[in-house]
Structures are given as structure tokens and as C-alpha cells.
Design a protein around this ligand. Sequence first.
Ligand SMILES: Cc1cc2nc3c(=O)[nH]c(=O)nc-3n(C[C@H](O)[C@H](O)[C@H](O)COP(=O)(O)OP(=O)(O)OC[C@H]3O[C@@H](n4cnc5c(N)ncnc54)[C@H](O)[C@@H]3O)c2cc1C
Length: 358
Amino acid sequence: MAAMMAALRGPVARFRLRTWAWTRRTRGAANAVGGQQQGFDLLVIGGGSGGLACAKEAAQLGRKVAVADYVEPSPRGTRWGLGGTCVNVGCIPKKLMHQAALLGDMIKDAHHYGWEVAQPIQHSWKKMAEAVQNHVKSLNWGHRVQLQDRKVKYFNIKASFVNKHTVQGVDKGGKVTLLSADHIVIATGGRPRYPIQIKGAMEYGITSDDIFWLKESPGKTLVVGASYVALECAGFLTGIGLDTTVMMRSIPLRGFDQQMSSLITEHMESHGTQFLKGCVPSLIKKLPTGQLQVTWEDHASGKEDTDTFDTVLWAIGKDAASYTYTSSRKLAELNSLQQGSSPSFPAPPGSSTLPAPK
Ligand SMILES: Cc1cc2nc3c(=O)[nH]c(=O)nc-3n(C[C@H](O)[C@H](O)[C@H](O)COP(=O)(O)OP(=O)(O)OC[C@H]3O[C@@H](n4cnc5c(N)ncnc54)[C@H](O)[C@@H]3O)c2cc1C
């Protein structure tokens, strides 16, 4: 009995500390647990293009608005700031890298137009990446300022539902914040998928969540997938002079006009991107040199083949970012600790507990 009490003392003390943090750090948190008062008119979960636009518009219309945004680091450990996929690991850095590639093409053409350009021309990934990353960081800051200007409260927390008007957020230090709102918008976007059935895929591969934040050049790259993300990444990697191969299982840009898709892949091929069509990777192995040996099956020939690459980039689709309900039992504990009263919330459907962000 004494041993059990001693074992429990730690967690209970921690729980009390957390309760104190809720009451100090969040407006309306205690009331939210008691179910008496709403903290905000609108709470938006997700600070990407969708969430920020929604929050700013509602604030403009005079509503009391909060945004909860939290970036779960990629399996590689890449993390970024406010603004979501487009700003940090999508449209913006991608367009800047396309611009780098286009400039390279123009420099190659320039001497035909009378420009004296020292040959061979060199490209520094390090310089480009640093400039792109600094630009993205300035946008992160800009988004925070925009929220502040519109009086939208920003919480850097990973949110999960407690009930339909209450959300629990955990920050990177494990501190918990409770927020309540009349309306809650889920704008959590998606994250790139890994083919976890392929040995070495997650351990050694990267995705579009990482490529824009690499400090060093990815070198010889295999892009797996035939989505617009795959083709765009392969396009700018080829454009800045890297040996780039796209491996696709079937057709490029499924769901897009196939005549246009063929024009795109033909154009890419003419600019140096290599394509392995009808091929599916089966194993990624790290060699003592640090390079990655990729084994794949060629469905046309029925044979297995291998090659080595410096980087393997998965661009095989996205999964919706998940969020879960806090268990009703945990909520009951919380309620009685904070209010000294008995639990008053019904059990949410499909209850499960969200782990604290790592
Ligand atoms: C390489 C690439 C290039 C692209 N290029 C273009 C382009 O040129 N044009 C274009 O229109 N689109 C482009 N896109 C698509 C575009 O980026 C997305 O459609 C858009 O960003 C989606 O916005 P969103 O607000 O729905 O989600 P996101 O921008 O993904 O925002 C969701 C946010 O919610 C956060 N979040 C998730 N779960 C939680 C939680 N439980 N608690 C708190 N926060 C959470 C996420 O971390 C993220 O910050 C591109 C995408 C990629 C990957």
C-alpha cells in the first residue's frame, strides 16, 4: 500500500501542476471544464492557408477568435512555424526552388544572347536553401503579426477534442491548455505518406516535409511517385543540376488531363529528368558509403533491379492529419481535480487519448 502511494505521488503532483498551468495560462479554461462559459466564439484548429483565412475573416466580422496550430516534426525531425503546408513545405519554397532552376536555364541560354557568363556555372544548394528558409521564416513572423493585428489569439499547441465545444492543447513542453468555443473549425490539412511496408522507407527516405529544409544538397535523388508534388520536386532538382529519377508505378498525374500529363513528362525528360515507369520499390538499404541502395520490381520485364542514390524522396500522397478525443475518464479526473466536483461530461464517441507531442 505504501509503495503504491509513493508511486502515485509523482503523477498526482504533476497533475496538480498542470491544473495550475491551465488556470493561469488560459482564459475561460476553468469555466470550460465546468461547462459554464465559452472562451471564444470561434476556435480554429490548424494555422495553414485554410485555418488562417477562416480565423482572420471571422475576426474581421467582430468575432472573438483563437487559432491552435502545432507542427508535429517529420520522422526526420524537420519542423517549421506558423502558416501550414503552403508557406513552409509547399507552394512557397517550391516556387522559389523552381525560380532557382529557371534562372539556371536562363544563364545557360544567356551567352547565345551576348552575355558573357563564366562556364561552367555552379549552383550552391546551401545558399539557395538558406535564402528560401529565411524567406519562409519571415512569412511565419508575418502570419503571427497578422493574427495579432486582427486580435486573433494564437496558441502553439497540438489540439484534441475533449467534447464538442472544448479542446485540449498540449505544447511542446507538455503544458496543457483548455480552450472552449461556440464553434470549432478543423483545418488540420494533411501530411505526406510513407510506404511503411517497404523496408528502410521511413528510416532512410524523406518527403516534401523535409526537402525544402535540407541544409546540404540532396545529391542524386530518386523521387518515388507520380503526383504533382513528385513531378514538381523532380523538376526543380533536375533544373538545379542534380541527377534526378522519378519512379512511377503507373501513370503520371492521375486525375489530370493525360494529354497534358504526357506533355509535362516529355518536357521533363527532354530537360534531363529520368523516368522509371511501371516500377515499384521493394527495399531501401543504407550502404557503408552512406548512399542508399534501392531495389525495385520492374512490372514490364518482371525483373528486379537496383541502383544507388543519395536521397530517396517519397511523394506518394498524403494522409489527413489526425486528431482524437480525450477519454471521458481523464476528463472526469480533470473535472473533479479542478472543480472539486463530480464529472459532468458525457463520454465522446470513439474515445481515445492523444499522446503528448514529442
Ligand atoms: C510540395 C507542395 C507544393 C504545393 N504547391 C501548391 C501550389 O503551387 N498551389 C496550391 O494551391 N497548393 C499547393 N500545394 C498544396 C497546399 O500547400 C495545400 O493544399 C494547403 O497548404 C492546405 O492548406 P490547409 O490549411 O488545408 O492545411 P495545412 O496548410 O496543412 O495546415 C494545417 C495546419 O494544421 C496543423 N495541425 C494539424 N493537426 C493539428 C492539431 N491537432 N492541432 C494543432 N494544429 C494542427 C498542421 O501542423 C498545419 O500547420 C502544395 C503542396 C505541397 C506539399
